[in-house]
Structures are given as structure tokens and as C-alpha cells.
Write a protein that binds this ligand. Structure first.
Ligand code: BGC
Length: 355
């Protein structure tokens, strides 16, 4: 398709998505015209105006990120608009451009694609807008701040919990999206734990693939292929998050292997916690979205007020050492659901047990 036509179509799509998201946000009672008027007012006001650009709202956690981030920015006296790109990096770039045109002071970005998102940083900086890389690192760009969890540690936790169940046999690795730097870090963390056992000949890594777009259906198909290729002899699965774990467990269920094969996850999604209680998923990794969203909101407001951010950590992104805030993940099994996610109010006893 001709590039100009493609760009125009994307712009129209992004505007439609913008209208949809605004419609879903706290300003849902306003008409589109009222929403546009509000935007003009916001851009002209003295209040900090923050743009939050998400890859997707498909995985449960991102709703929490959206709600908590918006809540904290508002509490700190700022305005925020959130847009989600439905997994398209082209749409995400167009949405970032729209927000910059609207006059945001700071962009907080969960990049769909770690590489192509570098153009968002370039355009933002040309317009005097600072960029915070949220949860996922934008590569090869002058990112102003990166806030996330220690993703290699998440990968180590996943592998450690699985080898606590099985120290030998046929292992499958069902990764995240390769375009997401987190997926690469998770795999690195996992391999740090698995490699010595692979070298000793105890573990045979019979399947090792990323999952396009972190899509649970793709993970399910990949797991079915892994089972098929190995005569159903898969002894353990390291799945990169709860969405992909769900797909893996569906595939195992078709062979009556769910519950027999340890499976990891990440995100402490409600369904994953239920599977952990039922015994079909071994573990998940709880990352306090509260801490992440609130810290990110504070940093965004500080940037908007032209204050500097104190940090003693940096993470290289291929271009610079990005000033970073890295939070601690927590491994969750059947044994510590109560003192982690329930205690923190991340999920309630009622949601989990229905009482
Ligand atoms: C996040 C995970 C999430 C995944 C898919 C990753 O970058 O760190 O928490 O499950 O994206 O949305």
C-alpha cells in the first residue's frame, strides 16, 4: 500500500481508538466534541499534562496500570490521557504524535516494539517532551527514565520454581513477544538457571520459542506443536506470563496432562491464581502494579515541573545508560498467596475464592 495512504489510514484508526479510549475513561459521559474541547483546555492549562501510551489492554494487568497511573497523576494535580495501540507499533507511534500535538508535557510509553519506539523518543524530544519508558525498555534512544521490575530476576524465579518440581527431563520454553525487551530479559534470566542442568545433560530443552504478541492462542498452538513433536513427553514448561501459561495449560489439557506438568507464569492474574489453587499452574510472579504506576506518575509530574529525578541506577539500552528505577518482583505459589497478593489488596479473597 502507498505509504501516504497507509499513514492516513493509521491516523484515522488512531483517532477512532483515541475516541474509544476517551469514551472508556473517567470522562465517559462527555460527547466527543466536549472531549475535544476538554483536550484544548487541558493543553492550555498550567496543570501538568501527561500522555500514557499502552501497547495493549488485552492482558488483565494493563487495566490496573491504567487505573492506578491515571489516579495518581490526578491526585498529584495533573491531567492524563491514556491510549492503547492494540499491539500495532505504527498505531502507537501515531498515537504518541497525536498526544504531542495536543501539548502533553511528558509521554509515558509501554512500547509495543522496543526498536521502532525509538522514533517516539526522537519526535517527543524535538517537541520538548520527556519520555518515560514504562515497564518495557525502549532501545537505542535517549530515553529520559526507565521504570520497571527486574525482569531477569522474574525469569530466574520462573525457572527456579519449575526446577524445584522437576530437575530433569524434557523442558519447553514458551516465551513472550520477541519485540518486547522484557521477553528477551526473561529468557536470559531463565537460561541462567537452566543452562547448568542442560550442560549436565539433565534437562533437554526440546522447545524454545518466543510467542508473537504474547498471544495466549499462539502459545496454545506452540505448546500443541511441542507436544506433538515429542510424543507428548514434555516434563515441564516455563511460560513467560500468565496469558501464555493459560494457553499452555489448555494445550496440556487436550492430552490430560494439565496438573501433571509444572507450568510457570507471571502477573498474578486472577485466572492464574485460580489455576495455582487448582494445581494446574505451579507459580506466578507478582509485580506490584501499584508501586510501578505510582512511582511512574510521580516521576512524570516531576519531569513536567522540570524537576530532576534522583536515581542511582542506570540500564544500557544500546545508545545510552538510561536512568532507571527497578522494583522487586515476588514469586507466588500456593503457599504464599495470602501474604503477598491478598495482603497487598492486589486481589481479594472474595475474587479468588468467591466468598
Ligand atoms: C510485561 C508483563 C506482561 C507482558 C504481556 C510484559 O512486558 O512485563 O507483565 O504480561 O508484557 O502484556
Amino acid at each position: 500500500m502507498n505509504m501516504i495512504i497507509k499513514r492516513s489510514l493509521l491516523l484515522i484508526l488512531a483517532i477512532l481508538i483515541t475516541a474509544f479510549i476517551v469514551g472508556c475513561s473517567s470522562e465517559s459521559s462527555k460527547t466527543d466534541n466536549q472531549a475535544n474541547d476538554t483536550t484544548k483546555l487541558i493543553a492550555n492549562e498550567e496543570k501538568p499534562y501527561i500522555g500514557f501510551v499502552l501497547d495493549t489492554l488485552k492482558d488483565e494487568r494493563w487495566y490496573k496500570d491504567k487505573e492506578l497511573f491515571e489516579g495518581k497523576v490526578t491526585e498529584l494535580g495533573g491531567h492524563v490521557k491514556t491510549l492503547a495501540a492494540n499491539g500495532s507499533d505504527d498505531i502507537q507511534i501515531t498515537q504518541a504524535e497525536l498526544l504531542i500535538e495536543e501539548g502533553v508535557d511528558v509521554l509515558v510509553v509501554v512500547p509495543t516494539n522496543a526498536d521502532t519506539a525509538s522514533s517516539i523518543v526522537e519526535i517527543a524530544h524535538e517537541n520538548g517532551v520527556k519520555v518515560i519508558s514504562y515497564d518495557r525498555l525502549i532501545l537505542n534512544a535517549d530515553v529520559d527514565h526507565y521504570i520497571s521490575f527486574d525482569n531477569e530476576k522474574v525469569g530466574e524465579m520462573q525457572a527456579s520454581a519449575i526446577i524445584a518440581q522437576r530437575t530433569e527431563g524434557n523442558f519447553a520454553y514458551i516465551g513472550g513477544a520477541e519485540t518486547d525487551n522484557n521477553a528477551v530479559l526473561l529468557r536470559q534470566g531463565t537460561m541462567r538457571i537452566l543452562q547448568p542442568l542442560i550442560d549436565e545433560g539433565k534437562i533437554n530443552l526440546v522447545y524454545d520459542n518466543y510467542t508473537d504478541g504474547w498471544n495466549p492462542d499462539v502459545a496454545e498452538e506452540n505448546m500443541k506443536a511441542a507436544l506433538q513433536d515429542n510424543g507428548n513427553q514434555i516434563d515441564a514448561v516455563i511460560a513467560a506470563n500468565d496469558g501464555t501459561a493459560g494457553g499452555v495449560i489448555n494445550a496440556l489439557a487436550t492430552k490430560n496432562l494439565d496438573g501433571d506438568v509444572p507450568v510457570s507464569g507471571q502477573d498474578a492474574e486472577l485466572n492464574a491464581i485460580k489455576r495455582i489453587i487448582d494445581g494446574t499452574q505451579t507459580m506466578t510472579v507478582y509485580k506490584s502494579i501499584n508501586l510501578l504506576a505510582e512511582n511512574a506518575a510521580e516521576i512524570a509530574i516531576q519531569f513536567a515541573n522540570e524537576e530532576s529525578i534522583a536515581t542511582d541506577q542506570t540500564i544500557p539500552n544500546g545508545k545510552i545508560d538510561v536512568p532507571a528505577t527497578l522494583l522487586e518482583p515476588i514469586a507466588v505459589t500456593k503457599d504464599n498467596i495470602e501474604e503477598t497478593i491478598i495482603k497487598d489488596g492486589y486481589l481479594t479473597t472474595e475474587e479468588i475464592y468467591g466468598k
